[in-house]
Design a protein around this ligand. Sequence first.
Ligand code: 0RQ
Length: 499
Amino acid sequence: YQDRILYSSLRDKVISAEQAALFFKDNTIVGCSGFTKAGDSKAVLSALAQRALTDPLQITLITGASLGHNTDGNLAASNVLKRRMPFQVDPVLRKKVNNGEVLFIDQHLSETVEQLRSKLYDTLDIAVIECALIKEDGSIVPTTSVGNSATFATLANKIILEINLSIPVTVEGIHDIFDTGDFPRKIIPIMAADSRIGTASIPIDPAKVVGVVITHTQDSPAEIAPPDAQTLAIAGHLLDFFEHEVKVGRLKKSLLPLQAGIGKVANAVLGGFVEGDFHDLTMYSEVLQDSTFDLLDSGKMTFASGSSITVSDAYYKKIWAEFDRYKSKILLRPQDLSNAAGVIRRLGVIAINTALECDMYGNVNSTHVAGTNMMNGIGGSGDFARNAYLSIFVTPSVAKNNTISRIVPMVSHVDHTEHDVDIIVTENGLADLRGLAPRERAKLMISKCVHADYKDALADYYQRAVKRGGHTPHLLEEAFSWYTSLQQTGSMKPAEVFA
Ligand code: 0RQ
């Protein structure tokens, strides 16, 4: 590993993960690399979880987004996490968040950097950052994500570096690091997905490095379910919509830069472009996933910008084996750039994200099951939805064996207000809500998106609400009755709702 530490005085700082874990004290505030399983700390956080089993301590853990290798789950199980932000997907941690044992702050992914810089969390004690190489000038080359690492490196009092030997040093060149500085922040001069505006490595002060840990562990693979009839139907409606927009002259065949959330619907939609008639597509997103690389391979996509590469095992192997082919077509940026409001609006991003549920007026809940229990977090969906040229939400119309309608009278929690939502797509159809007033929106949602089992009930609710009047008609005493029915009978189905 000596050839991975070109700043020679740091060669003396190599320690074990267990030694590194001893730098953490009770109430330490920690910033860690990692964005949707990619480029996370594999050794130090895992050693910390182990240490806490016999030597209890609690920390605040801030990352880019979710971590891999059950790290969040292991830390939660060892009671290490006092506070956690800004995103997670781990079932063990989720349970602790929902029973109040871990204080989770669910945050727009572009916002963490803003709050760190404003010293909202006092001091940042330790940064743990995975990298592939420490360069001659002390700067570091990140691995498969950038996330919030550049800001953690700037603000932390102490830095622990994890050099991951499983990532080839040829990764150098795919990162684009740019610090927007103090108020008034610098203009971010990204004019296209492929604009390179910064440096290829993260500058750090080597004097702050207290330890260098060597690892070989690869990123946790993404688990991507193959497309099914439902996701293919959603993708089909969306592709028809894009074709229509091209036909009427609002979009070109190259569309506009695409952003897609993670998961099987997003994958099916992006996969659909491989066969479709679109070309010269680009991506300005957070996560580069399997379908991104299919699109680059097919020649339909020319460039993809994100903050992480989160792919399945097979694609991980393929990407590193054929890295030279992809290197000039991808860039990874800090998440305050990939998710920057001004850039998303400037480029006219087409944002495709997933909803837990929507209401008939187009408000979207992405985070809270029945308004109460945290699922994962808002992630970057809000950064994109508010500022996109087209803000699209996709969701199957029902969940849990049709006992839950994902289109309801009034959502139980709002992440994306009606003002941030242009289009909603279910397997039943697509509702283009642009330019429509609430009463028009509700009628379109009921006719296009709702599952047959719930259509009459929602139409009936709407008609009775309209009789009472209002700009956005509602029956307040009944608006959440579908949830109470679910709690009491195990189903939102109309027979139960009106029993
Ligand atoms: O649970 O598998 O046990 O049945 O919720 O739902 O339909 O499989 O969808 O995995 O794509 O997740 C919104 C959570 C959707 C995700 C959400 C149950 C359902 C299932 C999952 P089971 P699906 P997905 C990019 C942008 C916010 C962050 C984001 C998400 C499970 O997409 O976290 O977009 N988005 N980031 O059965 C009760 C309902 C339900 C329900 C579904 N209404 N009530 N349970 N389920 N709807 C990435 C980043 O920013 C990092």
